[in-house]
Write a protein that binds this ligand. Structure first.
Ligand code: PGA
Length: 234
């Protein structure tokens, strides 16, 4: 089925990878890259690269949006090591929240995720909320419903992340339907977990999905361009 007219989001989750020198080279290769109205390419590098990446994107007019990989659940204040939403507001348009690696390695709870979304809402940054099927209802009901309106969801089955074992598009479609039922029917839902140039189009072709959250396959700029070009063809 065609996605004609729909905005598609391709989100690059770099996780804890790359030096600034590598980041600069990666971004620089997008100089003159043809932008396509319906595809939004969002790069989420580590925190220290957000400011210089913003400057590079602005000065070279690169067709890329920036996102952060996390945000503090607290405002400005005595929270050692935390990066608050208002600190990010000058640099990013999107922030990933509730990624399963944050939940697993940093013990973030549904309550923390809900507070992060609240903080982002205060400064008009769009959250990309990562959820997984067994916990969909509890993960979603923890969030204040009025904060969902400007959110993007990413369905990411833990078993598919970094494993090479992507979910089936049919199953991803049913989970996206559940997310829509639990939230609002018009919210963008992305699929994430072992997305590659071989399987991206099978997910983009589903009418409930509006893009992908991509880890490993986003780290190489040539692959990222292939993925963007595939999305442009929809
Ligand atoms: P992957 O990671 O594409 O490497 O599976 C996706 C993610 O963790 O967001």
């Amino acid at each position: 089925m065609s996605q004609a007219g729909k905005t598609l989001y391709l989100v690059a989750n770099w996780k804890s990878h790359k030096t600034w020198a590598e980041t600069e080279v990666y971004l620089g290769t997008f100089r003159g890259f043809r932008e396509e109205g319906n595809v939004i390419s969002i790069i989420c590098p580590p925190f220290p690269y957000l400011k210089p990446a913003r400057e590079l994107i602005n000065s070279l007019h690169l067709p890329l949006k920036l996102g952060a990989q996390d945000v503090s659940p607290y405002p400005f204040g005595a929270y050692t090591g935390a990066v608050s939403a208002s600190m990010l507001a000058s640099y990013v348009d999107y922030v990933l929240v509730g990624h399963s690696e944050r939940r697993r390695y940093f013990h973030e709870t549904d309550h923390d995720v809900a507070n992060k979304i609240k903080e982002l809402n205060e400064v008009s940054i769009k959250p990309i909320i990562c959820v997984d099927e067994p916990y969909l209802a509890s993960q979603i009901t923890a969030i204040e419903p009025q904060l969902l309106t400007h959110s993007i969801f990413a369905y990411e089955p833990i078993s598919a992340i970094g494993s090479g074992l992507a979910d089936t598009p049919e199953h991803a479609q049913t989970v996206a339907e559940q997310i829509h039922r639990l939230t609002q029917p018009n919210l963008p839902v992305l699929y994430g977990g072992s997305v590659t140039a071989e399987n991206l189009t099978s997910f983009l072709s589903l009418n409930e999905l509006q893009g992908a959250l991509i880890g490993g396959a986003s780290l190489d700029y040539n692959t990222w361009k292939i993925l963007l070009n595939q999305a442009k063809d929809f």
